[in-house]
Design a protein around this ligand. Structure first.
Ligand code: COA
Ligand code: AMP
Length: 624
């Protein structure tokens, strides 16, 4: 089958198409209904199906004869450790951990927050929750206590799983004080915390609430996977929106397993037994989908890497991992290779390793800039494939469908819509625009399986954010165009979300932190271009009348506040004091123009501006 026929079929014979894909995974009760519509074109996939996601990921591989194959390889240059788990071993650990959770009272539907570094126990915890039908919510370890508190408050978890520390290159980051602070701050209190003690730092335990991972596991009895409905939630993953409050993206069990399994062959061309490495973090959607779930659904070996592309110990780190484990397929964010290229422009490190196992390199998470694409293609001689997706969709909306037909790549394009995603470019009224013209990227409803079900606890926000703006479509929040050949070019967000080193962040959230400083009257944060990280946030700050402040001191305080409230990953390092902020006559801050000035781009003075002279003042501040 060629791409075009497969795509057409996924739209015109949707139910047959997804019924066939559903037949490729193990169900406890196979679904008879493929799609059931609800209001607004949204609905449920496989509503009468029953399965267990952990069973599909682990036990099903043992049944298929892959018990002795490696399921997970932990490679940690920061602790000088490597450890492999076969499917038999991983299943045994997960079954025992699931048993331990159940023995402590965790039941189907209960939420469990996982705040952990990149250790195998993070994967075991996720799969353990799935095994008993508990809903996990992994919080990226780089988030500060306040961010964790917000998620505890929203997800109301019965338990929290953490580790004593994470390791950032050679710095030990203690997690437990952050967890204690977050729980103190939140009005909801988990009943208990499980703490993995790592040798690099020992956490103090709170008697009656905290229990050590090893103590818990010592007496644990394994349990079998419990049947859950395809539509039951598997996990909640919080992601940045335009406001300070992150959105809890809810993923179901059935649609997720079917879609992710399909994506492994479609997008990555993976086969059972392949060694697949997503160099990301379990705290992000890439980690959920392509470190944990999809490679296991597809019977691959997944790599869990606790390190960086550079400095652990050098820019050859990725190539070393490829050689050591015979990686076939590598997926990471462009920023990772920008970091490698910066330190090793001639790819001398690459020549030191045997990377002959590697077949393809995949990039996503932010725009793939042509210099990085060219550097990587030239030095590796391998296909370098961009694909576009979001936390909300869980798998690629656009990709080069190598599993069906390898298409010619066009730099700057994520290639074509994945089967199931009816991607359209529309104007602000929802009318389709002609080929080559920029607009909002929208996906005609229904979305295929695997995409978000709702926002946790706030279905109204889900509808308002994603379904209402363009009736009949899912609004992606990205802008771009489709060319005459049907290639999709994603040009960037149309909202206040920014992408810093492949990490999705909200400028609105940073504005809330900056605005809470006693000296700040008003502020605005925009994402400015950055050679290494893609974008970095920059704040413009208006000081309250009559408040005497030293701008450098204020900047230091604001930087510290954002670090403490959101985390170091926000990379908020600049806050400039200005006399006025450019606004429209109706009082809206002209963020787009500020961003253009920060990037040194030409801009048109908007006709709605209340005082054009402000733009010159801002330009001077940016040294333009
Ligand atoms: N726990 C605690 N702190 C963390 C952290 C974590 N898990 N991850 C990052 N941080 C901290 C860093 O230590 C750094 O702190 P500092 O300001 O005190 O130095 C800060 O957050 C910024 O981190 P980062 O933006 O990652 O910058 P960096 O200079 O440390 O590394 C890259 C730059 C490009 C090497 C790194 O960002 C990278 O590997 N990116 C790939 C991202 C990725 O995989 N994204 C997933 C989508 S596919
Ligand atoms: P996240 O939810 O963290 O995966 O971030 C999703 C956002 O990252 C998208 O809405 C895009 O703005 C951006 N993004 C992801 N992949 C790409 C890509 N291949 N090209 C351009 N932007 C991308």
């Amino acid at each position: 089958m060629d791409y075009s026929s497969e795509f057409q079929r996924s739209i015109s014979q949707r139910d047959d198409f997804w019924r066939e894909q559903a037949a490729r995974i193990d169900w406890i009760k196979a679904p008879e209904i493929v799609w059931q519509a609800k209001e607004n074109g949204h609905g449920d996939w496989f509503p009468d199906g029953v399965l267990n996601t952990c069973d599909v990921a682990l036990d099903a591989n043992i049944r298929a004869g892959r018990g002795d194959q490696k399921a997970l390889i932990y490679d940690s240059p920061v602790t000088q450790t490597q450890r492999a788990y076969t499917y038999n071993e991983l299943t045994a650990e997960v079954a025992r951990f699931a048993g331990a959770l159940r023995a402590r009272g965790i039941e189907k539907g209960d939420r469990v927050i996982i705040y952990m570094p990149m250790v195998p126990q993070a994967v075991i915890a996720m799969l353990g929750c799935a095994r008993i039908g508990a809903v996990h919510s992994v919080v990226f370890g780089g988030f500060a206590a306040n961010e964790l508190a917000v998620r505890i408050e929203d997800a109301t978890p019965k338990a929290l799983i953490t580790a004593s520390c994470g390791i950032e290159v050679n710095r030990v980051i203690e997690y437990k004080p952050l967890v204690d602070k977050a729980i103190e701050q939140s009005s909801h209190k988990p009943e208990f915390c499980i703490v993995l003690q790592r040798p690099q730092a020992r956490a103090d335990l709170q008697a009656g609430r905290d229990v050590e991972w090893n103590t818990l596991m010592a007496g644990a009895q394994p349990v079998d996977p419990v049947p859950v409905k395809a539509t039951d939630p598997l996990y909640i993953l919080y992601t940045s929106g335009t406001t300070g409050k992150p959105k809890g993206v809810v993923r179901d069990n059935g649609g997720h397993a079917v879609a992710l399994n399909y994506s492994m062959s479609l997008v990555y061309g993976a086969k059972p037994g392949d060694v697949y490495w997503a160099a990301s973090d379990v705290g992000w959607v890439v980690g959920h989908s392509y470190i944990v779930y999809a490679p296991l659904f597809a019977g691959c070996t997944s790599i869990l890497y606790e390190g960086k592309p550079v400095k652990t110990p050098d820019a050859g780190a990725f190539w070393r991992v490829v050689q050591d484990h015979g990686v076939n397929l590598l997926f990471t964010a462009p920023t990772a290779f920008r970091a490698v290229r910066k330190e090793d422009p001639d790819a001398r490190e690459l020549a030191k390793y045997d990377v002959s196992s590697l077949q393809r390199i995949f990039l996503a998470g932010e725009r793939l800039d042509p210099p990085t694409y060219e550097w990587l293609s030239e030095h590796t001689g391998l296909p370098v494939l961009d694909h576009w997706w979001q936390t909300e969709t869980g798998w690629a909306i656009c990709c080069n469908p190598v599993g069906i037909e390898m298409m010619e790549t066009k730099p700057g394009s994520a290639t074509v819509p994945s089967p199931g995603f009816d991607v359209q470019i529309v104007d602000s009224f929802g009318h389709p625009v002609p080929a080559g013209e920029q607009g909002y990227i929208a996906v005609k409803l229904p979305l295929p399986p695997g995409c978000m079900k709702t926002v946790w606890g706030d279905d109204e926000r889900f509808r308002r954010t994603y379904l209402d703006p363009i009736p009949g479509y899912y609004s992606s929040g990205d802008g771009g165009y489709i060319d005459e050949d049907g290639y999709v070019f994603v040009m960037g967000r149309t909202d206040d979300v920014i992408n810093v080193a492949g990490h999705r962040l909200s400028t609105g959230e940073m504005e809330e932190v900056v605005a809470s400083h006693v000296a700040v009257a008003e502020c605005c944060v925009v994402g400015a271009q950055d050679e290494l990280k893609g974008q970095v946030p920059i704040g413009l700050v208006l000081v309250k009348d009559g408040v005497a402040t030293d701008p450098d001191e204020l900047e230091r305080e604001l930087v510290q506040m954002v670090r403490e409230r959101i985390g170091a990953i926000a990379c908020f390092q600049r806050a400039m004091v200005v006399d006025r902020l450019p606004k429209t006559r109706s009082g809206k801050i002209l963020r787009r123009v500020i961003r253009q000035i920060a990037d040194g781009e030409a801009y048109t003075v908007p006709s709605t501006i209340d005082d054009p002279a402000i733009l010159e003042e801002i330009s001077e501040k940016f040294g333009r």
